[in-house]
Structure formats: C-alpha cells, structure tokens
Design a binder for this molecule. Structure first.
Ligand SMILES: C[S@@+](CC[C@H](N)C(=O)[O-])C[C@H]1O[C@@H](n2cnc3c(N)ncnc32)[C@H](O)[C@@H]1O
Length: 352
C-alpha cells in the first residue's frame, strides 16, 4: 500500500494530462472486454486480421483500439503476433484463475462509469431518488439491476473473499451473518474454508435469486440461508457469532453506519466477532488512490456518505460498545479490514 498511499505533488503538465485522459484508457479497456479481445487472443486469434474476424470489428478500426491497449501494457505485439500481458492473461481472460471481466465491464465500465455523471450534483447535495438509498435507487431501479449487478460483483468479490478466508481463523465459529452479503461470495468462501460454519445472507430482495444460484452451484444450500430486507430497518436474524459487512458502510450514510455498528454489537454474543471490510483511505486521507477515487461514488444519492478511514471505522465500532482489535490492508491499495469483538468471555456454546 505504501507505494500508493501518498502521491508526490505533481510538477509537470504531462501529469495533468495523464489524469484528464485517464477516462479514455478506462474506456479502451471496457471496449476490449465488450468484444472479449483478450480471450480471443488467448485462444489463438493473435494477429489483427484474425482478431478482426472473430471480434467482428473491421481491421482499420481494430488497430486503433489495439494501439491504445498496447500503450496501456495490456497486450504486446512482436512480429505481427499479439500477446496478452501476464496480468491480462490472469485476470481478463475467460476461465483464467482470477477472471473478473464482469466486474470490470459491468460494475466499473457500465454502472460505475455512468454513475459518475452524478458527481457534480452529488457534491451540491442533490438527489435523484430522495426516498431511496444508493443501492435501491441508483443500482436496482435506475442502474443495471439486481441480477446483473450482483453477478458482476460476484466476479470481483470471489478473489478477496478467498483471501479473507485464508486470513481469518473461523474454525471455532458457528454462524456468520453476512449483512449486505449480495451474491454471497464471502459466505460461500468462508463456509467452504470452515466446515463447521454456516451463514445467513441479509440483503435487499433484488439480490436473493442471484445469491441462491451461487450458493447452489457451490453445493452449500444446507449451510447458507437468505433473509431479504433492508439491514437498517428489518429485524436481524439471531444466533450468529460473526457479523460481516463488506462494502456496505461505503454505501450508506453516517447515521446508518452508526445503526449498523450498534445492530452488530446487539446481535453478537460475548466474544462475538464483527468484521468491516471496505474501501478506506488512510487517516490522513491522502490515499491509497483507488480507495479515494471509489469513495467519490459513495456520495451518489447519499449526501451523508462518509470518507471512510480506519480511525473513523474503529471509533464507530467503539461507540457501539465493541472492542477494536485493529485494521489491516486487505486488497492492497484498495480495501481494509477492521476487526472488533464484543467484550466479555465467550459463552460456552459459541467459542471465541
Ligand atoms: C458492493 S455490494 C457488496 C456485496 C458483498 N458484501 C460483497 O462484498 O461481495 C454491497 C451490497 O450491500 C447491499 N446493501 C447496501 N445497503 C443495504 C441495506 N441497507 N440493507 C441490506 N443490504 C444493503 C447491496 O444490496 C449490495 O448487495
């Protein structure tokens, strides 16, 4: 994270250009994914002529896009042969181990890109759906919809979820409440890694069918349940000794964050564990840059959105009566994880 946490003040006009032209680079990547160019290259369409044929883009236009992709280091060309860069091959090709094309294309490329039109109005405090939150209004009603958003989010969350499962020792825990659990990526990864753990996903109704599908595919229907509702107002199911909120605090305003922290504290038994995973900038609010940029999006239709920092998250958890264990980087340069515990000895039925 250190390399991205704090940027040296810029000195040259070219650095301003890099920022202003940056959106064109993002668009080149989104377009390449729309035509699945990296997958075609991996499958052998490794000349501009062959790629033109399989993608349906005329070669004269395709070479302009390929030039942009080469300039970004996403692909290279030698002796007329195109090749995916190592990271492209690992993350942006169908069936690759880290394939998160749908997250890049739909969550960032469609919904994210479009929603940033609202940045100016959001800074003025204007709202598009005054009676709805960010997810209900901006994503499920006007945006890409519950099924498309949740499945695209799934491809972005699977990797981090597996990472979290490696980091956390939950072998003595029994029941996870995954608040705002969306597609269930975290519940699935954590249950897969901890055979005695079961989970409940609490999220808006628009996400439930998608989550059920992924849970079925993972063979975990007997261990993962679903509750449809708004986590601020609906009753939380009882009997859970771990509460996870991943990318939820960055979607709701300050008052709702306090409610969620208090509800987590009330729901947990003594010794119970609260986990907050989200985009956070450092306490000086100087970076990391991807977290800082992402948090701009938390303001859309959410005038009380908070610029999340470890200090802020930890204070809210303490105010709710939890004992904070600390905050660590999860996805380098992007997200952090804060752990807190309900004070007191764990009851014998739910080991600490
Ligand atoms: C970015 S997605 C993250 C999903 C999942 N936690 C993950 O990390 O993959 C945020 C999720 O929070 C849910 N969410 C946001 N506000 C909520 C609320 N008030 N009640 C229930 N779910 C909420 C959204 O519907 C969405 O599924």
């Amino acid at each position: 994270m250190a390399d991205q946490a704090r940027r040296k003040p810029i000195e040259d006009v070219s650095e301003i250009s890099a920022i202003t032209y940056g959106f064109m680079a993002s668009k080149a990547l989104f377009a390449a994914l729309e035509f699945d160019l990296f997958t075609h290259i991996a499958q052998g369409a490794d000349s501009s002529g062959a790629l033109a044929k399989v993608s349906g883009i005329a070669e004269n236009r395709l070479v302009t896009l390929l030039a942009a992709l080469k300039s970004l280091g996403l692909i290279s060309e030698a002796d007329g042969r195109l090749a995916n860069a190592p990271a492209t091959a690992r993350y942006l090709v169908a069936g690759a181990p880290g394939d998160f094309r749908d997250y890049v294309r739909f969550v960032n490329g469609e919904f994210g890109y479009e929603s940033f039109r609202h940045l100016g109005p959001a800074l003025r405090g204007e709202r598009i759906f005054p009676d709805k939150g960010f997810y209900e209004g901006m994503i499920y009603e006007a945006g890409i919809g519950g099924e498309r958003f949740s499945s695209a989010q799934h491809s972005g969350s699977l990797g981090p979820a597996r990472l979290l499962a490696k980091r956390l020792d939950l072998k003595d825990r029994r029941k996870l409440l995954d608040v705002g659990g969306g597609s269930g990526a975290y519940s699935i990864a954590l249950c897969a890694a901890n055979p005695r753990l079961s989970a409940t996903i609490l999220d808006f109704p628009q996400t439930v069918d998608t989550a059920k599908r992924y849970v079925r595919e993972a063979g975990l229907t007997d261990r993962i349940a679903h509750v449809a509702g708004n986590a601020i107002s609906a009753d939380w199911p009882s009997g859970h000794d771990v509460v996870l909120m991943s990318y939820v605090w960055s979607a709701v305003g300050e008052a709702d964050i306090a409610v969620l922290a208090k509800r987590a504290a009330d729901a947990l038994p003594r010794g119970g564990l609260a986990l907050i995973h989200d985009f956070m900038v450092d306490d000086a609010r100087e970076g990391p840059r991807f977290a800082a940029w992402y948090l701009l999006g938390s303001m859309f239709d959410n005038p009380t959105a908070v610029c999340l920092t470890p200090g802020y998250v930890e204070r809210v958890l303490r105010d709710a009566g939890l004992t904070v264990e600390g905050t660590e980087t999860m996805l380098s340069g992007i997200t952090m994880l804060t752990r807190a515990r309900k004070p007191g000895l764990a009851s014998s039925s739910i080991p600490a």
